[in-house]
Each structure stands twice: as structure tokens, then as C-alpha cells.
Unconditional design. Structure first.
Length: 514
């Protein structure tokens, strides 16, 4: 694990092992490094030898990053997603204890199947031995079910109390009400401490049920100790200034600086926006162009490449919707479809790492033959599903027609190929939402994507996320000096800290070429 050199406040957070803690961590403040260091520190200094911790994140990608950076050999340590924790640690082992022996199973997930109420959800779980979801995505069947089981099962309560001394929960601003009730029950009723990290400025999923006000409530909860990480190690001072003045709470962090070249308001009157972008880019910098929609992001990559640039469109994959314990196999299949690298397939298997020199021929040939046969049937959904189900079963993985369709939709789009190659150093065109968690030397955004932002909107948070992806240079494109962006979004922000737009922006006029 790469060690961080902690600041004074980071060190306090890492070494404070008493009670429950909530940390506000802005973009670029070293949150992941602190989280990893703290998990390591607490395991090494735990007061009860037989208890352990759980590291809980929102995405498989984030969980894998934490696993890679930790240096632990303890199999009892749980590192995974919110849903996998609820299902593996509560629902699967203890559902039968509450609802009867008909529910004594290991459960798969089928979030594509929607129900309207809790009772219908229970009926589906009983019949299909799979966890479904609500039609209303602002409600959460998984965590309603997990909390109901936890409240009613003494065995489940005793299991968690005997196993865990602390839960580490990341990205808490994206929690919904059911998740929050579940974790607060664990803290208040089971007396298991929580270490919670979040940032309401990065809450961009309110539309699907996230309730960032719940994180705010914890900041005033006297049963939590509160810390704040606000020193941005990623962005230039001027990019930080723009991100900080967006919110009343952080506007005090504004610091006048001489560098005005890292935040550029690019006013173009060239009818071709792509030509304008091409002319203002510093081509030597690792760059991302962020767009509101997938179609716009794809178009940006195509048009900039026509002008001699080298951009890749980075898609969000249909199979990214799959978050069950078996989702690895479908990403592995898609990987092989695009790369034809059989060794990559085995690298996806949980807990395994394949030495290409020790992989026996029979195993390699079995997988290769089955996948080649599968891909020959991609135009026939029924036959494809039958072969996929049989292949998945050979790895003890569950499959259904919805999963099969997600896989077909993934491998049928040639643009998705790029997701299975190392593009870390490539110039990228991607959506605003999919840029979260990434960073680039140079970022281009479009003013018109944020003209509806205001001080309380999710769009303002999306602007904050976009701005803080840039390390060295942020370019905001605006046509014919369209001032809507400044007037609607930033005018009151400028006045709040007694600055003018020229204190933030270097205005560059890109005139139409003759």
C-alpha cells in the first residue's frame, strides 16, 4: 500500500479510535488515503482481538480500490458495497430466522425486477430466491428488508455485535433514508461504532433517492465526533477558489492569487464549438471533456478526433447496473468478447489471481470454447440466454433473462470496447456523472449545462464535481459570451466574497478564423 504523508488533521482522524466519527471531505482532500490508513491503523490497534471491521462503499470499483491499497490478510474483514453488506451479512444468513425455513437460501439479486410494496418483495424473494427492488427508485427494498430482519432476529444482532467493532462507510451523502435507518440502528441499538465520510457538495444522485440532508444531520449529532477535510491537494488555487465560492460554507476558503490562467472562460463566436475547443486546448495535458448526456459525449469525441485530436469516448456500460456477487462473470465475459484475452477472464474471479504460466490447458480451452459458442448466438436472445445460463452455472453463478439482455446490450455496442482497455493516460470524453472519482490535468465543460443551477440544486453539485476534476486547467466554453452561466450561477457567489468575475476567470475570446 502506498502510504500517505498525513496532515495534522488527517493524522488526528486516523489515530482517533474512540467512538463514532463523521468526516466532511471535499474533493481532492485525500479522503481515500485517510480511509485506508485509518482502517489499517484501527486493525493494528484494536482493543478486542476477535472483532474486526467492515469497509462499505457504493461501488464495486471503489471497494476494489480500497482492497488493493490495504495490506491485510484477515479474511474476516469485509470490504464491499452497501448492498453486498446488507445481503451477505444480514439477509442471506438470517432471513429464515424471521420469515421461516422457506427463506433459508443464499440469495441472488435481480434489481431489474420491480415490486410496488414490501409484501410483494417478500413473495418474490420466496419464489425466486432473489432480491428485487421497488418500482419507485427513491425507496430501497434491500435495506428495508435488512433492517426488518435485524430488528427481529436476535441471532443477527448477536452476530454483528460479536464480529464488528466498527463500520467504515464512504460517500454517505449518497445514502437514502432506508440505508441511514439501517446504519443508525447498528450504531444506536447494537453499539457498533461508525466511521462515516461524505461531502454534500458531491451529492449528484438525489434523483434516485439519495438524501444528503441525512449526512448534514450527523454533523450536528452529539453522539458523533466531527472532523473536516478541506485542504485540496489536487487542484490549483484558482480552481479551488471557483469550487469554494459555490457554497456558503466554503466561501471563506477563497484566497486571492496571481494565477489567472488555470480557470478560463472561453468565449467563442466560431459557429463550430469543436474548432473552438481544439484551438484553446493545451494538447500536451491529459484532458477530459465533460458533457451532460452520453450522446453529447460521444459526439464530442468524434468531432474532436476529426480535427486531429486523440480522444476516446468512455461509456457507462449496461452491465454496470449489475451489483450482485456474481456480476464479475458478466464483466469477464464482456471483456473477453472485446479483447479476446483469456487470461483477463480469470483475473475477474473473486479472490483469485491467475499466473498465465500455471493456467492449465483444459481450463483455458473449456472457457474459450464456451465463450466462442456463446458469442455466435448473440443475435438469438433465447439461445444466447440458454448457453449463458449453462456457462454461468459452471462457475456457480446465477443468471436470468434480464442479466442476459444487459450483457447483450453491452457487447452489441462497439463503443463499449474502450471500457476494457487501459485508458488512464488517454484523453477522454465522458458524461458529467461518470466523471465522479476521476481527475485530469485539463478539463473542458460547457456553460449551458449548468445554466439551471442554483444554490440548492443538484445541478450545482454537478458543477462542483466537474470543476474539481481539473488539476491544472479548467476551460468553460460559452458561445458569443453568453452570460447566463455567470448571471444565474455565480453572480451572487461573487458578491458574497466581494470579488468580480475577473478575479476568477481569465476570459479568452476565440474569434472565428478567416
Amino acid at each position: 500500500m502506498k502510504k500517505i504523508k498525513p496532515t495534522e488533521v488527517q493524522l488526528k482522524i486516523i489515530q482517533d479510535i474512540e467512538g463514532s466519527i463523521v468526516v466532511t471531505a471535499g474533493a481532492g482532500t485525500g479522503k481515500t488515503g485517510v480511509l485506508v490508513e485509518k482502517i489499517q491503523y484501527e486493525l493494528e490497534n484494536k482493543q478486542c482481538n476477535y472483532k474486526t471491521i467492515a469497509g462499505i462503499t457504493f461501488t464495486i470499483k471503489a471497494a476494489n480500490e480500497i482492497k488493493e491499497r490495504l495490506n491485510i490478510q484477515d479474511d474476516d474483514v469485509f470490504i464491499g458495497t452497501n448492498n453486498s453488506f446488507a445481503i451477505q451479512e444480514v439477509i442471506s444468513p438470517f432471513m429464515w430466522d424471521v420469515y421461516g425455513k422457506d427463506f433459508k437460501h443464499d440469495f441472488d439479486t435481480n434489481y431489474m425486477y420491480k415490486v410496488n410494496n414490501f409484501q410483494d418483495g417478500l413473495s418474490y424473494v420466496k419464489e425466486k430466491t432473489a432480491i428485487c427492488s421497488y418500482s419507485d427508485n427513491k425507496h430501497n427494498f434491500v435495506f428495508e428488508l435488512a433492517l426488518d430482519i435485524l430488528k427481529k432476529s436476535t441471532a443477527a444482532q448477536n452476530y454483528l455485535k460479536s464480529k464488528y467493532f466498527k463500520l467504515f462507510i464512504d460517500e454517505y451523502q449518497d445514502c437514502d433514508k432506508s440505508m441511514n435507518e439501517f446504519f443508525m440502528y447498528i450504531k444506536n441499538s447494537l453499539q457498533i461504532n461508525l466511521f462515516i465520510v461524505g461531502d454534500n457538495k458531491q451529492s449528484i444522485y438525489i434523483w434516485r433517492g439519495a438524501a444528503p440532508e441525512l449526512f448534514n444531520n450527523l454533523l450536528s449529532d452529539k453522539t458523533f465526533k466531527s472532523y473536516e477535510l478541506n485542504e485540496n491537494f489536487r487542484c490549483t488555487r484558482q480552481i479551488q477558489n471557483l469550487s469554494n465560492i459555490l457554497y456558503d460554507k466554503t466561501k471563506k476558503l477563497y484566497e486571492q492569487c496571481d494565477d489567472k490562467d488555470s480557470v478560463i472562460l472561453a468565449n467563442y463566436n466560431d459557429g463550430n464549438i469543436y474548432t473552438a475547443i481544439d484551438r484553446i486546448l493545451q494538447k500536451e495535458l491529459h484532458t477530459a471533456v465533460l458533457s451532460r448526456t452520453r450522446s453529447s459525449a460521444l459526439n464530442v469525441a468524434n468531432e474532436l478526433n476529426k480535427l486531429g485530436n486523440d480522444f476516446v469516448f468512455v461509456p457507462q456500460l449496461p452491465i454496470d447496473e449489475l451489483t450482485s456477487k456474481d456480476s464479475w462473470i458478466y464483466r469477464a465475459i464482456a471483456d473477453y468478447y472485446f479483447t479476446r484475452n483469456i487470461y483477463n477472464f480469470f483475473e475477474y474471479i473473486p479472490g483469485e489471481s491467475v499466473d498465465r504460466y500455471s493456467l492449465i490447458k483444459e481450463t483455458k480451452d473449456f472457457v474459450t470454447k464456451n465463450l466462442v459458442d456463446l458469442f455466435e448466438c448473440v443475435s438469438n436472445k433465447e439461445v444466447f440466454y440458454q448457453k449463458l445460463e449453462e456457462f454461468a452455472r459452471s462457475f456457480e453463478c446465477e443468471c436470468n433473462k434480464d442479466i442476459s439482455n444487459f450483457l447483450i446490450n453491452t457487447i452489441s455496442e462497439k463503443e463499449n470496447k474502450i471500457a476494457f482497455y487501459n485508458i488512464r493516460n488517454k484523453n477522454q470524453s465522458l458524461t458529467l456523472h461518470s466523471s465522479k472519482g476521476k481527475e485530469f490535468q485539463q478539463v473542458v465543460i460547457f456553460a449551458e449545462d449548468f445554466n439551471q443551477a442554483d444554490a440548492s440544486s443538484e445541478s450545482l453539485n454537478l458543477l462542483y464535481v466537474a470543476v474539481t476534476r481539473a488539476k491544472n486547467r479548467l476551460i468553460i466554453m460559452t458561445p458569443n459570451f453568453n452570460n447566463d452561466f455567470i448571471i444565474k450561477v455565480l453572480k451572487d457567489r461573487f458578491e458574497a466574497v466581494n470579488i468580480k468575475s475577473k478575479d476568477i476567470f481569465n476570459v479568452v475570446n476565440i474569434k472565428k478564423e478567416d
